[in-house]
Design a protein around this ligand. Structure first.
Ligand code: FEO
Ligand code: CA
Ligand code: CA
Length: 659
């Protein structure tokens, strides 16, 4: 979700970028300069010790335009507010493939262009706002048959014929129609669709596949790990604390080595309210995550017709009514796409965050880490290290690996070193005196625990990507206009009023994903080139210029490596904002991690976020998502009005994408 979503401006507030972390620090120009100097020093020091390993060091600073990794011709930025297409590099084709409302289940009602579909129909059709996704190949034909698993992050007002209807009751609390709320819940979650190449080699959705499945905001999901059956997970409608209805705000994702999908619950706070001001203040698992504290939830007001979203602890109700319902969101949700009858599982050992992603780094010895960004201003980067190791010979044991392990938050020191701070109860101040009664309390309020450990507040951590050979880790920090005010500038977040974001990378000590030390550096600062002019011929202010070698962009978000070591970057900026005059529509770019050259591969329509990317194992077919296109980009039927759409990209000569 973008930080200032234009489709909502008319009636609703932006909800993705609010600061909840109470960290405050003065803005000091001297700190900016100091941090820039440290950044430079840190980069050089790290380079001298071999940040990436010997042979790659030689070409670390190659000249833009010469990367041997980037085998395509770049495309221009699109800065017109009437731009309504997808442009991809010459020699490639991008085709709308799977749009909001397309049938998922066999026999699903046809999508109605006037959005008159009811919620039962929506439960059988593609949800809204496609985001993270993954292609799971079939072993027998891995490059021509697979399951495409796609997150549906949230909903647009276009879900209903007349947009979202809000009224007020006598107290001023927002009220919603139940039919709209049910359809909104149905449009969240995940789609699983089988896709195959036909006799002509063209990819098709398999309408009748038994694997096709919709998981929504209503689907029963089991709770596993340390918080299973815990008192803090019990509610009026689930006195056992073992099963929750639905997964919400699934943004990015991850994949396990045992072939399951990890959907991540990001901005869950928008769906809940606690109207008891006194209780709200002392209940960290509500307050620290920013759920609604007034009369209504931050955003959807589902609580007006669905009591489980009203987290007020009303006296006399078993388990304080639905007070604990927000505790049941913010988790990693594990889904087995090849078992359509399986119940998804929320893995509580991994901690509760506004979780963007859960990205695997797997060492040859079976040791592993799963990295997550917590995407709000001033939140942290985390990793979860399972206690056990992955062993392909132990498929049943692997299924339990996410139920026990250690959650860490990252501290990025100014000298280029870094530490993983263990969120372990009883250690380093994570004690009852500081509000943590046990390890379960630490996991429920991982943000608060990371505060105590003095993790580094970051500029909105989004996706993480791990280099396939070196296991070097990259994270997008999308932007943070409050840096320098609410949050002090530092080496890892060096720009005040950071409107363009940055990409940071690190190497774990010894190349071991389970290590507790690392060395880091900034890969790039996004934004205009130094000396660039705006469209009135005026110089761009220095804090809006970055260090990109090659094609510029703003607000990096989606991030993934292909097997060849190309780093693919997707953006989520507000094209209407003044600072994006030159970066224009959101885009997909490709970077060489060695030379740092960046080249623009694709530009999407005005009003859309470009997010989600996956490939077939041969990297000759790629899918990306165009989320909430604003003007007239056609959906998968080629004609109907714009809707969030999965787009298939192939190279016209059948070659590997990007080469
Ligand atoms: Fe849903 Fe942080 O993007
Ligand atoms: Ca974003
Ligand atoms: Ca995102």
């Amino acid at each position: 979700m973008r930080q200032e979503h234009q489709l909502y401006h008319a009636s609703l507030e932006a909800v993705d970028d609010q600061s909840i972390n109470p960290s405050t620090a003065p803005s000091l120009d001297s700190m900016v300069n100091q941090s820039r100097r440290n950044l430079l020093k840190g980069s050089l020091a790290v380079a001298a010790f071999g940040f990436f390993g010997g042979n790659l060091l030689l070409s670390r600073e190659a000249v833009a335009g010469t990367s041997p990794l980037l085998g395509f011709k770049g495309v221009a930025a699109q800065t017109s507010s009437t731009f309504d297409r997808v442009i991809v590099a010459p020699g490639y084709t991008a085709k709308a493939f799977f749009s909001w409302g397309d049938a998922v289940l066999d026999g699903a009602p046809a999508w109605q262009p006037d959005a008159s579909d009811d919620w039962q129909a929506q439960l059988q059709q593609a949800g809204d706002n496609h985001d993270g996704m993954h292609f799971f190949p079939f072993a027998q034909a891995p490059n021509s048959r697979g399951l495409l698993v796609i997150n549906h992050e949230y909903i647009n007002p276009t879900l209903h014929p007349q947009g979202l209807t809000f009224t007020q009751d006598a107290t001023g609390a927002k009220q919603r129609p139940i039919d709209q709320v049910r359809k909104e819940q149905a449009a969240h979650g995940i789609s699983i669709i089988e896709v195959r190449r036909d006799a002509l080699g063209a990819w098709q959705r398999v309408a009748t596949s038994a694997y096709n499945r919709r998981i929504s905001g209503m689907t029963p999901i089991n709770i596993a790990g340390p918080l299973k059956a815990d008192a803090r997970m019990k509610t009026l409608s689930d006195p056992s604390g073992t099963q929750v209805l639905g997964t919400l705000n699934n943004c990015s994702m991850g994949v396990t080595p045992w072939g399951t999908y990890l959907a991540c619950e990001e901005n869950f706070h928008n769906y809940f309210v606690n109207r008891d001001a006194e209780d709200y203040q002392q209940r960290a698992e509500h307050r620290r995550y920013g759920i609604g504290s007034g009369l209504s939830s931050v955003y959807y007001a589902w609580e007006s017709v669905d009591a489980r979203f009203d987290a007020t602890p009303y006296a006399g109700q078993q388990h304080n009514g639905h007070c604990n319902e927000p505790n049941r969101f913010g988790w990693v949700v594990e889904i087995d796409p090849f078992d359509p009858d399986s119940t998804p599982v929320k893995r509580t050992a991994m901690g509760r965050l506004g979780r963007e992603c859960s990205v695997l780094s797997l060492h040859a010895n079976g040791g592993m880490a799963l990295y997550s960004g917590d995407d709000s201003r001033g939140e942290y980067v985390y990793k979860f290290v399972p206690q056990g190791r992955f062993d392909p010979a132990q498929p049943q044991a692997n299924r339990l690996l996410l139920d026990a392990g250690t959650l860490y938050a990252a501290r990025f020191n100014a000298d280029g070193s870094g530490e993983w701070l263990a969120l372990v109860w009883g250690e380093n101040g994570l004690t009852a005196e500081n509000g943590f009664a046990d390890q379960q309390a630490v996991l429920l309020n991982a943000r608060g625990a990371a505060d105590v450990l003095q993790a580094t507040p970051m500029d909105r951590p989004e996706w993480v990507a791990v280099h396939p050979q070196s296991l070097e880790v990259y994270v997008t920090l999308t932007n943070n206009p409050e840096r320098g005010e609410r949050f002090a500038v530092d080496a890892a977040n060096p720009r005040p009023d950071n409107l363009h974001g940055q990409i940071l990378r690190w190497n774990e000590a010894g190349g071991d994903p389970t290590a507790t030390r690392f060395t880091w550096e900034l890969f790039l600062l996004a934004g205009d080139q130094p000396g660039a002019l705006d469209n009135e011929g005026q110089p761009i202010p220095e804090h809006l210029t970055g260090t990109i070698k090659g094609d510029i962009f703003s607000s990096p978000d989606g991030l993934a490596f292909d097997a060849g070591g190309r780093l693919w970057i997707q953006t989520d900026s507000d094209e209407d904002a003044a600072h994006t005059t030159n970066t224009g529509c959101n885009q997909l770019l490709c970077a060489d991690p060695v030379s740092r050259e960046v080249r623009r591969f694709l530009v999407g329509p005005w009003g859309a976020e470009i997010t989600g990317l996956t490939w077939t194992p041969d990297y000759r077919s790629m899918w990306i998502n165009v989320q909430h296109p604003g003007i007239s980009y056609p959906a998968s039927d080629g004609t109907s009005r714009p809707r969030s759409t999965t787009v298939l990209i192939t190279k016209d000569d059948g070659g590997v994408i990007g080469t």
